[in-house]
Ligand binder design. Sequence first.
Ligand code: DGI
Ligand code: FE
Ligand code: FE
Ligand code: FE
Length: 188
Amino acid sequence: PMTRLELIERLRKALKDGRFHHVLRVEATAIDLAKKNGVDIEKASIAGLIHDYAKQRPDSDFINEIKQKGLNPDLLNYGNAIWHGIVGAELIKDELNVWDEDILNAVRHHTTGAPVMTKLEQVIYMADYIEPNRDFDGVKKARVITAANLQAGVAYQTKHTLNYLIANGKPIYPKTIDTYNAWVPQYE
Ligand code: DGI
Ligand code: FE
Ligand code: FE
Ligand code: FE
C-alpha cells in the first residue's frame, strides 16, 4: 500500500485545487472525530484523504467500472453524486492499491450513509459534512451535535440531506432512504 505522502501526491494530480484542499480538511476533521470516538487514526486519515478520489472522473469511467465489476445495474440510473463513492471505491482498489475493506466501506458510504455503519464510516460521513470550509444553513448545529454525539450527527445529516434532495427534486438513491429509516426516527 502507498504511504500517506504518496497518496497525497496522487490526489493532488487527480483533483482540482479546491477539491484537493477539501480532502485535506476532511482528513484533519476525521482524525479529530476518530480520537474522540476511539476509531483507528490511521484508517480515518487514509479514508478521509481518498473519499473523493474519483469525484472528477468522467461518467464513462464509472459506467465502464460498473459493467466490468458487475456492480448493481441500477447504479446506471444515477450519476456522479452516487457513483464517486460506491464506484469510486473500485477505482481506488484498481489504481491506489488500497484493499482495506474498512476504509473502502467508509468511501462507499460517505455520500448516502448506510443503515449499519461502523464508527469509522460514521466518522468519514460526518467529517465530509462538517469540515471547516462547509458553509450551509445548519452546519454550526451539525458541528455541535456531532461533537457531543457522533450517532446524533449521522441522524442530523441524514435528515437534512434527504430534505434538501426532496426540496430540489433530485432522484433519491434507495440506500439514502434506508439510511434515513435506520437512523432518523431512532435519534430524533
Ligand atoms: O463529494 P462531496 O461534495 O464532498 O460530498 P458528498 O459525497 O457527501 O455528496 C455529494 C452530493 O450528493 C451532495 O450534494 C448530496 C448528494 N446526495 C446524497 N445522497 C443522494 C445525493 N444525490 C442524489 N441524487 N441522490 C441521493 O440519494
Ligand atoms: Fe463525496
Ligand atoms: Fe457527505
Ligand atoms: Fe467530500
